[in-house]
Design a protein around this ligand. Structure first.
Ligand code: KG4
Ligand code: ZN
Length: 372
């Protein structure tokens, strides 16, 4: 079967075609139209502007996905769309487009939770012409722990089977991606802040010895690292950066080397907390698989430190990471999550998807949906 998926939860308008047969998935196309350049001017995503851009881009991006996949809409068997969580003005565009296509093409439509998509992006295989991965139980071993790190979420999630989610802990205030974006803004760096901060911090680390960087490496607190739970807090860390910047004179604040040092200081503190909390969860649950999910999973320092943790302390745990293309928001991840869901549905439930165009609604705070 062929799945056409749509994603418009934030500032990327995306559509993809996923082929799914006998438990094998191939990504036939993955089209993304990014609005970053527009939102950079405002220092962050403006929901109403995002909505307008989605309206402009949604039809061309669906066309592009079908064209790149080399198939016509008659060969689409299932439609999938991000139903939430996300920005409501942005979600409605994708959901309305998907409902309309479902109605006029008479195809079943499934609503997918965005973070589930990020987690399932880990099961898209290595690049080998087409992207292939076997989507069968023996490929993904459970229990699985996912570290979900995006612009709006920071969670440790336990999965005892496919589509079974238990949130072990989550941020009590800012998400880690949000903290990256806000700290970048304080440092005068453009939106999105994550890649800007990590690029500067990584370059600095290549140029300097750990000894030279020690003062900055240890500059900021590691909030909640010692707390006996799996929750996070990044707002205090953000404030610590702000107070530290207030003490500096205007010339220092413009100094590239100083900015890079602050990027390094912040990134080390944030990564330490994420790795420390992950370690706590892996120690207790000894999962067979550990994955990272969401935009911040593109962070190289985070990937490296998690790899070190797994290699040295949890060698029996399989560590999966999404390909960089599938770390950030995309529709392929929504397609693959839809494939796993559809595979596990009864015939009656599958049939009811033909009526989703009547009832499916976006939900800005959509929780994980456990398969019953
Ligand atoms: O998953 P995502 O694309 O959108 C949401 O679902 O929120 O995540 C976007 C977030 C932004 O906060 C962005 O700054 C962050 O991911 N991000 C990064 C990196 N690349 C993107 N954060 C740290 N390091 C990166 N390399
Ligand atoms: Zn996302």
């Amino acid at each position: 079967m062929n799945i056409l998926s749509i994603e418009t939860s934030c500032d990327e308008t995306a559509a993809a075609v996923t082929e799914y047969n006998d438990g094998f998935t191939s990504i036939l196309s993955n089209a993304v139209s990014s609005q970053t350049a527009l939102h950079t001017q405002w220092g962050g995503v403006v929901p109403q502007l995002a909505s307008r851009e989605h309206i402009k881009n949604i039809v061309p991006i669906v066309h592009e996905a079908l064209k790149k996949a080399g198939i016509s809409h008659e060969n689409i068997d299932l439609l999938a769309v991000t139903a939430g969580p996300g920005l409501m003005p942005a979600l409605v565009v994708g959901v309305t487009a998907a409902k309309t296509l479902s109605f006029i093409w008479n195809k079943p439509l499934i609503g997918i939770q965005h973070l589930e998509g990020h987690i399932y992006a880990n099961f898209i295989g290595e690049k080998s012409g087409k992207l292939k991965v076997k989507s069968a139980e023996q490929e993904v071993k459970f229990p699985l722990i996912a570290l979900v790190v995006s612009g709006a979420h920071t969670q440790l999630v336990l999965m005892r089977g496919h589509l079974q989610y238990e949130i072990l802990g989550e941020t009590q205030d800012d998400a880690v991606g949000e903290a990256f974006d806000k700290v970048a803004r304080m440092l005068g760096l453009p939106y999105p802040g994550g890649p800007e901060i990590s690029r500067r911090a990584d370059t600095l680390r290549e140029q300097q010895t750990p000894e030279n960087l020690k003062e900055f490496t240890e500059k900021f607190p590691r909030p909640m690292l010692g707390a006996d739970n799996y929750n996070f807090s990044f707002s205090g860390l953000k404030t610590a950066v702000l107070y530290s910047l207030k003490k500096e004179n205007p010339e220092t604040l413009k100094n590239e080397n100083f900015i890079a040092s602050m990027c390094h200081a912040f990134q080390e503190a944030a990564v330490d907390v994420l790795v420390g909390k992950t370690k706590k969860a892996l120690s207790l649950y000894s999962p067979a698989t550990f994955v990272i999910a969401g935009g911040v999973s593109a962070n190289v320092r985070l990937r490296t430190e998690l790899r070190n943790l797994i290699d040295t302390e949890f060698p029996d745990t399989q560590f999966l990471t999404p390909e960089f293309t599938y770390s950030l928001d995309n529709a392929a991840m929504i397609g693959i999550a839809a494939a796993y869901r559809y595979e596990r549905m009864s015939d009656t439930d599958r049939l009811s998807l033909l009526q989703s165009y009547r009832t499916l609604e976006p939900n800005a705070n959509m929780p994980f949906q456990n398969l019953v």
